[in-house]
Design a protein around this ligand. Sequence first.
Ligand SMILES: Nc1ncnc2c1ncn2[C@@H]1O[C@H](COP(=O)(O)OP(=O)(O)O)[C@@H](O)[C@H]1O
Ligand SMILES: [Mg+2]
Length: 346
Amino acid sequence: MIDGSKSSQIEFRDVTKKYGEFAAVRNLSLAVNEGEFVTILGPSGSGKTTTLMMLAGFEGPTTGDILIGGRSVANVPSYRRDQGIVFQSYALFPHLSVARNLSFPLEMRGVKSTERAQRVERMLERVHLRGYEDRLPSQLSGGQQQRIALARALIADPPVLLLDEPLGALDRNLREQMQGEIKGLHKEFGITTVCVTHDQEEALTLSDRIVVMERGTIEQIDSPEALYDRPATRFVANFLGEANFLEHELTRHAPTEPGTVSMIRPERIKIGAILSPRSPADEETHCAEGTVSEMVYAGPLRKYVVRVGDDKLTVRQHVATNQQAFQTGDAVALTWLRSDVRIVQL
Ligand SMILES: Nc1ncnc2c1ncn2[C@@H]1O[C@H](COP(=O)(O)OP(=O)(O)O)[C@@H](O)[C@H]1O
Ligand SMILES: [Mg+2]
């Protein structure tokens, strides 16, 4: 065990992990505050699992240090660390009942059997699975199995919870439900949590802060809102949501520095009929005229692709009463606030 103080602040100090010559993680520095929910988000192969494996103690860093509660754990093996783990590869014990699965971490810690039974029952209540204690994992749905996996990770009250793609195997509705459940449990337990996912929506929904990784390094660390609204790089802008990158022609009033590009989110652009006399651009508003080249109806939203000169801009508009709809080939006016344009690094 780490020690009795249960301080759960996590710190990566300039951590690099190499497999042979290949650096899966490079010079990663990150501090996770006590009680915080931090998600590592990135495409496949960006180094997320490797980072979490080092935090879990299944892998050691090649260089750098990892601290939990101020103490180095770089050389502490997994079984001596006090943490709850939900990994896809760390499934429930298939031959043990739900109750035995939950009881196992407590047995490992020498908790007496009457207390174990009480804690198992309380935990089952928390994840809404009372009455399931005698079932085998194979007799549960995917969502129920995942709830039991979470319950097992939390039952011994560890200071740190690690989640790797915890909802990866579930379908959409169930994912949303489980996101709510994870959020609720995090709040209730106040447990320092590091989660890994490639799913943007999951990251945005769950996290206090998101770490965006790409090719083994950190691109940006920020709150979900700040990441979406003020992406630092083109990669982050593209990876979290949709982005329009504006050619010089469309930003001629806003000089951009070399190595940067102007970006605007599709929902920040207004689409309307061309007025005569045309609505003038001014200091606050930019106007451009173009032709609809594509319209996709997606329930509450319409997505338009509009050709403006050599550019194509994507516009998202909520379907609302009195909202004019356009078809392919229509001439339209696009307007946006200059203050909604972001400058991002290439
Ligand atoms: N044991 C290993 N040996 C060699 N290369 C590995 C090993 N584990 C991971 N890698 C490589 O490190 C990179 C990052 O992998 P990983 O951390 O699993 O990415 P992610 O979880 O973001 O998909 C990948 O290119 C992967 O092929
Ligand atoms: Mg992974």
